[in-house]
Design a protein around this ligand. Structure first.
Ligand code: ADP
Length: 362
């Protein structure tokens, strides 16, 4: 008599997948077990095609099956192991697994190639603008190295609160908000690296008790570090918005940020050009940094352009004083610009279908 499927499963269950730390049966990697006479064939799914672990798994599987065969005193003939590839991206995988934020309809990351381009300002403007258009919105300050939301949202006036082990978001300016800047001394946040950064961000991202939200906007640290990767692994992202300034010299950094999200399988919802132009009191517009650079780059990279946000000293003043709603009172050109970017984002996030083609990160 040949080896029973239950014995085969037991044999395979003794092999650990170093990636997940689980055994290969529990990790759901064993896709098929067949026996024909004494011959056995196993189909195993690994991350990405040509995974370097193939040879090791083949050897371990054959050894485990032969050991079980001699234990049960059942003969075994040839053992064949074939491999299929799980080519889902980081973000597709998390979408298929348990969603830690079931109350949130759409999660949108805001990234930039480098600091100082106004990424946090744009993230705040998007969150407040979407709320002004009637949506329920949360803003997560994921910039754990330099959180700016305590200042930009005036959170020094608020007390941190927790309930049943969850952080309660601050309810300010018509949105819900959470930032690490209210939980630790900002100077300490700055030195987090690697696993500690991941764990700090992961707590913020998954242990905040958001209400029912239409949109959660996540302000990421600048550049292409660990936090965007953590985010893509933790939360099912609808997509990412990239913020850049118009100058040609700033575009290489923005391109790198775009590529990073694409590699993680996160759709790019579009590009926002910040500090696009200046609107004087008489309504005249001045192109300070060369308006249009962002739009040209978006078109060269085949991305949507969500619009430009003007530069204005009152925006800096509103940010420093923690009163983001004041931005809508600066002048009509500016409030129209904010609203247009938000409307374009809504449209882009509606057309970002959840099951678009995936990109392998192997
Ligand atoms: P980042 O998140 O990219 O580092 P911030 O959003 O913190 O950048 O912006 C950097 C500084 O520039 C802040 O003082 C902010 O108030 C100011 N700023 C950003 N965008 C504008 C704008 N469109 N007009 C005027 N000031 C701006």
């Amino acid at each position: 008599m040949a080896l029973q499927p239950s014995n085969l499963r037991k044999a395979l269950g003794s092999i650990t997948d170093p990636e997940s730390g689980k055994d290969i049966v529990t990790a759901g990697m064993v896709k098929d077990i067949r026996s024909e006479g004494d011959d056995i064939s196993i189909e195993l799914e690994l991350l990405g095609a040509n995974n370097p672990m193939q040879a090791r798994f083949s050897e371990q599987i054959e050894q485990a099956i032969r050991a079980t065969s001699s234990e049960c005193k059942e003969p075994v003939g040839a053992v064949e192991v074939t491999f299929t590839a799980d080519t889902r991206s980081e973000n597709e995988r998390v979408k298929d697994e348990t969603n830690p934020l079931p109350n949130v309809k759409k999660i949108i990351a805001v990234g930039a190639g480098k600091g100082g381009v106004g990424k946090s300002t744009v993230a705040t403007t998007l969150a407040i603008g979407l709320a002004r258009q009637g949506n329920k919105v949360g803003l997560l300050d994921g910039d754990i190295y330099g959180p700016s939301m305590p200042t930009m949202l005036g959170l020094h006036r608020e007390e941190s609160q927790a309930e049943e082990g969850f952080l309660l978001p601050f309810k300010v300016h018509g949105i819900e908000a959470m930032t690490i800047g209210k939980l630790v001394e900002p100077d300490r946040a700055l030195i987090w690296r690697g696993p500690r950064a991941h764990s700090a961000f992961s707590q913020l991202a998954t242990q905040t008790k958001w209400g029912e939200l239409d949109y959660l906007i996540v302000d990421l640290p600048p550049g292409t570090g660990d936090v965007p990767l953590s985010l893509a692994q933790l939360l099912p992202l609808t997509g990412a918005v990239i913020v850049c300034t118009p100058q040609v010299v700033a575009q290489d950094d923005a391109r790198r940020a775009v590529r990073m999200f694409q590699q993680l399988g996160v759709p790019i919802l579009g590009l926002v050009e910040n500090m696009s132009y200046f609107v004087a009191d008489d309504g005249k517009e001045y192109d300070i940094f060369g308006r249009g650079g962002g739009e040209q780059m978006a078109s060269a990279m085949n991305l949507d352009y969500l619009g430009g946000i003007p530069i204005h000293p009152d925006m800096r003043i509103a940010a420093d004083s923690g009163e983001p709603l004041r931005n809508w009172a600066i002048n009509e050109t500016m409030s129209n610009a904010f609203d247009t970017v938000c409307e374009n984002l809504v449209a882009a996030s509606q057309s970002a279908t959840p099951d678009r083609p995936t990109i392998s990160v192997s």
